[in-house]
Write a protein that binds this ligand. Structure first.
Ligand code: PLP
Length: 394
């Protein structure tokens, strides 16, 4: 049969995997309006509420006033503005590295950095549950991927033993999410550091969901696990806890130079505009202040309350402490039914289906925000239990 757009869409639909967008009116705050309904937002990555923070909005507005609306070109043409360099210095100091480089998004960072580091003849060891943008980066690189079981450093050691010996001349990269985006658990960073040393590999951590949130100063999973300075390539995004948009990698000056010369998503794309850079800069500064500490502490309180309330009610909640709380339902249809039933109760929690998660593990992925109130979360837990009982999940 010829593959028409129509029959392709029908095939997606028949598998229960049809996706569509839902319009939010107003800001990405704890409560949003959608189709005229007031909803508690439980699926945004705006973990600290900074997307709605006046300091970021003021910095953006001032930057537009001073620098205009666009960077006008790629960084290597005329698009490097002083704000790019100021943000890079701030990120390097925040993450404890010699240098940093800004990318236009997390996806652009991963698809730019990985092919810049490895190529045909090299090896990439990648956690099975790594984000899609890492997988895309590996595919683009042409390097040989070796996927290891999720967070299983003992299995990774065996795989490295087997494969690195066969490729004694190639470069070798280990890559992992810091906080896994759909599971909310944290990678065993100390063990990954030990393995990269033992095998002479490079280690890259994507901390999109840890940056701003984890660690005493919000520096991310490396700070939480005491390995700041031991990771070769720390990547993170500005579009989640930092309430802005774009991504960074914190690296040595040498690696920064290599990325400037080799990362195609950096070289061949117009750079981020002033409004976005200024909001990111304000966010990096804010998360290191007492206000940042207080927001992080509130997020921990909210995450603990939500996790323990759902577990006590009988839901199977994976071990963990982060703000990402999955309830694995299994089938895509049942997951979307749960999500729709929650919408009717005034809760916006997106169902997550393949290919974002493995087949048979469709889930509701709840995300907590520091700006959720205790009353909101208490009501939310009640509604989730009510729907869970009605649908036979608990
Ligand atoms: C772990 C991880 N890496 C990278 C990305 C991509 O980042 P961005 O949304 O900035 O493209 C995401 C999600 O969006 C993510 O969850």
């Amino acid at each position: 049969m010829t593959r028409t757009v129509q029959n392709e869409l029908e095939e997606i639909k028949s598998r229960g995997l049809m996706r569509s967008t839902r319009v939010i009116n107003g800001r990405q705050a704890a409560r949003v309006t959608c189709n005229g309904h007031d909803l508690l937002l439980l699926c945004s990555n705006n973990y600290l509420g900074l997307a709605d923070h006046p300091a970021l909005a003021a910095a953006s507005a001032a930057a537009i006033e001073q620098y205009g609306t666009s960077s006008g070109a790629s960084r290597l043409v005329s698009g490097t503005m002083e704000l790019h360099e100021r943000l890079e210095r701030a990120v390097a100091s925040f993450k404890g590295t010699e240098a940093a480089l800004i990318f236009n998004s997390g996806h652009a960072a991963n698809t730019g950095i990985i092919p810049a580091l490895v190529r045909k003849g090299d090896l990439v060891f990648s956690d099975r549950l790594n984000h899609a943008s890492i997988i895309d980066g590996i595919l683009l690189s042409g390097a040989r991927p070796v996927r290891y079981p999720h967070n299983d450093h003992a299995a990774l050691a065996l795989l490295m033993e087997k494969h690195v010996k066969r490729h004694p001349t190639g470069r070798c990269l280990i890559v992992s999410d810091g906080v896994f985006s759909m599971d909310g658990d944290i990678a065993p960073l100390a063990e990954l550091v030990a393995l990269k040393r033992a095998f002479g590999a490079l280690l890259m951590i994507d901390d999109a969901h840890g940056c701003g949130v984890l660690g005493y100063r919000g520096r991310g999973s490396a700070e939480l696990l005491g390995v700041v300075g031991d990771i070769d390539i720390q990547m993170g995004t500005f579009g989640k806890a930092l309430g802005s948009f774009g991504a960074y990698t914190a690296v040595s000056s040498e690696l920064r130079n290599l990325l400037i010369n080799r990362a195609r998503s950096f070289i061949f794309s117009t750079s981020l505009p002033p409004a976005v850079l200024a909001a990111s800069l304000a966010a990096v500064e804010l998360v290191q202040t007492p206000e940042g500490d207080q927001l992080r502490q509130q997020l921990v309180v909210n995450s603990r309350f939500f996790r323990s309330s759902l577990a006590e009610a009988g839901f199977s909640i994976p071990d963990g402490t982060t703000q990402i709380v999955p309830i694995v339902i299994g089938s895509a249809d049942n997951t979307m039914q749960f999500s729709e039933a929650l919408l009717a109760e005034g809760l916006f929690a997106q169902g997550i289906r393949p290919p974002t998660v493995p087949v048979g593990t469709s889930r509701l992925r709840f995300t907590l925000m520091a700006t959720h109130s205790e009353a909101d979360l208490t009501c939310a837990v009640k509604s989730i239990c009510h729907v869970g009982q009605r649908l036979g999940v608990i």
